[in-house]
Ligand binder design. Sequence first.
Ligand code: ATP
Ligand code: FE
Length: 379
Amino acid sequence: LVILGIETSCDDTAAAVVRSSGEILSQVVSSQADLLARYGGVAPKMAEEAHAQVIDRVVQEALDKANVKELDLSAVAVTIGPGLSLCLRGLDTGENSIDRLSNSRGIGVQKARKIAGTFNLPIVGIHHMEAHALVARLIERELQFPFMVLLISGGHNLLILACDLGQYLQLGTTIDDAIGEAYDKTAKWLGLDLRRSGGPAIEELAREGDPESVKFAVPMKQHKDCNFSYAGLKTQVRLAIESKNINAEIPISSASSEDRSSRANIAASFQRVAVLHLEERCERAIGWALEIEPSIKYFVVSGGVASNQYVRARLNQVVKKNGLELVCPPPSLCTDNGVMVAWTGIEHFRVGRFDPPPPADEAEDTIFSPVNEEAWTSS
Ligand code: ATP
Ligand code: FE
């Protein structure tokens, strides 16, 4: 099998061609870094126009690099669930996704339908968070169900027991913000360079700081469950920044050395506590999951925040201590990418979960029309 994967659910336009053997034939990502910097975050309208501008080029480049023609493809996979907070529920119904696909008018879906219609290819609708999770099976071929997953990204914080393909038990979720959102806001308030996302900027600055210098409280200590909360930590960070008179209008590159070191201390202290919260929840979730499924061997960490080296190192310790093995995709497969969509397409296609090609005439007249705003804001 050879599948083209298309991902346009947030601010990156991505496409990739992957073989069922796990071979990645191509991987192309066009990010909206300039837009991010200009608006200090993802602006849905702008993001969609940017996708529309680059989608044809990104897909063509993925095909060319893979040296594959549309007719060589077995199917086209495309993300249809952009940052849905109810996430993996509903995927286990096994229902045909054609209705959701034809209702969804996102740029990626339009492009996928056009190719599938023109070249008579089946189409596989993919849930973005499932793709973040399952790409781990491309990296670690020994990774069999059941296994555990922590998804940490811009819009989600999820602890999941992956029982089987399409069968996911949610052990915990965030009750307010996701960790990636907390990284992004902290970066913005600290005046960091937002031409890339906030996470990597904080990770880098934190290396200069003292993680014990600012005393932030670990969220939800008194709640003995596996849920997350980052809104309170964000507020603590904002107050600390105000109390140090840090001015986000002054970019860190122009800050005095004293100012720079107090920013670095806040970044390091924030990161330490943000990750401590993850560690505590993961440890409890492993206990819960092993009671349900004692055969679990692996613990997957994926989503944009999983590309952070400090996060990986800390979670590796917790996972090992509890007798499991950590699987963490390389950074380029943790942040949004087309490979995870293509691979999840392969997983579904293999078991017969796909939709028939859309009618060619309908595929021809796909038009640019905005997707529903609500679906965007949670991503
Ligand atoms: P979701 O997957 O929830 O819909 P998304 O698709 O926007 O959200 P991803 O691309 O999966 O998000 O992840 C982006 C998030 O990951 C951003 O919040 C970004 O700051 C964060 N991130 C990326 N790299 C790092 C890093 N090195 N350290 C911390 N956070 C990071
Ligand atoms: Fe994502």
